[in-house]
Design a protein around this ligand. Structure first.
Ligand code: 5GP
Length: 117
């Protein structure tokens, strides 16, 4: 799908909208979710304008790997990696995606059910 840079994560990247930032580097930004679904809930987003996982191309492979590395590294720094954490990417409206800038959810601090809803 076409990337629309008026979405809220693009605005957070441009620092037009405040967020509780946990990590930033040349490829990604991580910040606390505004409506946490677990005691720890943060999002890792690429700086590149990718609307959905399905829109990532071969040129994005390194960025996609970096997002997962950052997710685990931040979870470790927050002290939640040992007990377990869940990583979720909602791709498309039917899967629950509501912000169309690719983001990795990281949830921790409570028991998780499976299958997810
Ligand atoms: P999705 O439903 O697209 O997978 O996830 C979007 C997530 O972004 C939701 O968990 C929602 O709480 C979070 N979110 C939406 N708007 C904002 C915002 O302005 N700031 C932050 N920090 N999180 C947001």
């Amino acid at each position: 799908m076409t990337y629309d840079d008026s979405n809220v994560f693009a605005r957070i990247l441009r620092k037009e909208v405040p967020a509780r930032i946990l990590h930033e580097d040349h490829l990604c930004l991580a910040f606390a979710d505004i409506t946490p679904q677990a005691p720890t809930h943060f999002l890792v987003i690429p700086k590149r304008p990718i609307a959905r996982l399905a829109d990532a191309g071969a040129e994005d492979k390194a960025v996609l790997g970096h997002l997962l590395w950052a997710a685990a590294d931040i979870a470790a720094r927050l002290g939640v990696a040992h007990d377990g954490f869940r990583v979720v990417i909602n791709n498309g409206a039917r899967a629950g995606q509501s912000v169309f800038h690719l983001h990795v959810h990281v949830l921790a601090g409570r028991d998780m059910a499976w299958p997810p809803g």
